[in-house]
Design a protein around this ligand. Structure first.
Ligand code: FES
Ligand SMILES: [Fe+2]
Length: 357
């Protein structure tokens, strides 16, 4: 897991400024800023610099000398977005006056002052990056001495598993609402009958939630099938469909699906908070069956499932995730989503942002 370091010290006292136009409540922003989030698929970052956004902070990502650089998307010279720049063998060049930025955000060339040393203020202040599960992760406020809190995706590195990464799926909703939808088991027969669910299996058998150091886990055993409905495949009579969830607050969870025999499929759901009402859903997937079939099939299936959820998740009101359990009403099937809200409260989150709808 390569970890690329930023230039200059960044310590606990070195608190970043809130981004201009921040849509989050400041105390919650500072909690989220310490977390690692994917901002792009690795395969989507080629030679040209790319713009991204995390927690309202505009970012530029580029490759230089075999590593990935993430920095604020503003040239230190006159503030032109570096994502408007161009690829250069040494890194990227700003479009305005041609400054060249390379590995670790170092400014390597100032074409208007040939023969003079580069001023220290022209180096970029960068954010650390890690490449994992085919995604580029970063953190706006890394904590001294702490390892990146990138959740474990079961089976990803195991022999016999085929992997794929869905393209970034943007949604007009808060990340917490999206994540909660991923772990909600009662909506399957109502929303996902077009992809895998049986609309007649409506009851949710009881299940337990188990706390873990970085979140919690849950085994949901039911007769709700998971084969694509258009595949015509059926599990043998009496097969128990186990859905093993591992939830990593604030906005990541994995689901390991137990198909008949030893067949497994894993879906990881990471909701990156671009801004309060904008979320980029990143979803690496893997399976140890049908591995001779194209990975595009897995990707297309998951995108269809997201499409089924989208309109509902985007329509939920209030738009933030109410952590006060009195705000919304709950059923016996909601043990897992209540555990999620409770854990967010324990972590110190309060309201995320002031509701605007
Ligand atoms: S604004 Fe980027 S080089 Fe001047
Ligand atoms: Fe769903």
């Amino acid at each position: 897991m390569p970890l690329h370091h930023h230039l200059g010290p960044r310590s606990h006292e070195d608190r970043p400024l809130l981004p201009t136009g921040c849509t989050f409540d400041a105390p919650d922003w500072y909690l989220m800023a310490r977390c690692w989030f994917p901002v792009m698929r690795s395969e989507d970052l080629r030679a040209a610099p790319q713009a991204a956004r995390l927690l309202d902070q505009p970012l530029v990502l580029y490759r230089a000398a075999g590593s990935v650089v993430a920095a604020a998307d503003a040239c230190p010279h006159r503030g032109v977005p570096l994502s408007m720049g161009t690829a250069d063998p040494g890194g990227i060049r700003c479009r305005y006056h041609g400054l060249l930025f390379g590995a670790e955000g170092r400014c390597l060339d100032v074409p208007c002052q040939p023969g003079h040393p580069v001023q220290a203020q022209l180096h970029l202040r960068t954010y650390p990056t890690v490449e994992r599960y085919g995604l580029l992760w970063t953190c706006l406020w890394p904590q001294e001495g702490m390892r990146p809190d990138i959740p474990v995706m079961p089976h990803w590195d195991e022999a016999g598993f085929q992997q794929a990464v869905c393209p970034c799926y943007p949604m007009d909703c808060f990340a917490g609402r999206q994540l909660e939808g991923f772990i909600d088991v009662a909506h399957l027969p109502w929303v996902h009958a077009g992809t895998f669910a049986d609309p007649d299996r409506r009851g949710v058998p009881s299940y337990d939630v188990h706390p873990r150091s970085d979140g919690f886990a849950m085994d949901y055993d039911s007769d709700m099938p998971n084969y694509p409905v258009d595949s015509g495949r059926r599990a043998p009579e009496g097969h128990v469909w186990r859905r093993h969830f591992e939830v990593h607050p604030p906005f990541a969870a994995s689901l390991t699906l137990h198909f008949p025999g030893a067949d497994r499929a894993v879906v990881m759901n990471i909701a990156t908070p671009v801004s309060a009402l904008r979320t980029h859903l990143f979803c690496p997937v893997s399976r140890n069956f049908d591995t001779d079939r194209p990975v595009e099939e897995m990707i297309a299936f998951n995108l269809r499932v997201f499409d089924e959820d989208r309109a509902l998740t985007e329509a939920q009101r209030p738009r933030n995730l109410p952590l006060d359990v009195r705000v919304e009403a709950h059923t016996r099937a909601d043990r897992i989503t209540l555990a999620y809200r409770r854990r967010l409260l324990q972590l110190g989150y309060r309201r995320f942002f002031v509701d605007i709808a």
